[in-house]
Design a protein around this ligand. Sequence first.
Ligand code: ZN
Ligand code: ZN
Length: 239
Amino acid sequence: MHLKKLLPPSWKRFLPLSWINRCLLCGRPEITGPFCIQCLRLFSPKTNSRFCPLCGRPYLIPARHVCAECKLDPPPWEKFGFAVFFTGIFKEIIANFKFGTSFYYLDFLVGLLECGFWEAKLDVPEVIVSVPMSKGEIQKRGFNQSLELAKRLGKRLNVLVAKQGLSKIKETRPQRQLSRQERLQNVKKVFVSQKELQNKKVLLIDDVLTTGATCKECVRVLKQNNCSVQVLVLARAVE
Ligand SMILES: [Zn+2]
Ligand SMILES: [Zn+2]
């Protein structure tokens, strides 16, 4: 990968105008997104038959079956889609976005998310909700990255986004510091779903799915409200 050549977006304002519309990886001019078509091809290819259709767990060889873990403990959602694997350059771009250092790639990421939606053949929902953050987390970060994705995807699909559809009523420890078992415990009974979502066909958006503990708990709460739920995430972590 040409990671060293990747320019931090904040540098853009110091670049001469002739550089503004150049691919951030190879410098090819006159492009519409941050990367040219040739460089986009370098990004981890995601073929339809190399992952579990229910959770996105990657397989080394093409296979269409549900993975052992999903067979043992089926996820509560009806359908699952994701845009990319959380590896290589995507890890860097998504982390930059997630931790608020750059919104430059947001439109690009939403484009990928929408591709993931159609690729997974998800049904157009009645309403989109995002995995919520607690008040403390929003104060700390300043925005909810999943909500930013959801709002823009809603515009593209022409679907209503319920910004307060789910809320997080307790502070939790960051999931990434915890083991699989601790993650499940950490998010238990921390989400509540708005009554307005009752009986709706919901699409739940998150940025990165790792063990799925957070999404599973959100879906559980939505199902208590008699919703049918599909899940769409930007990136699927590769354990
Ligand atoms: Zn390029
Ligand atoms: Zn699976």
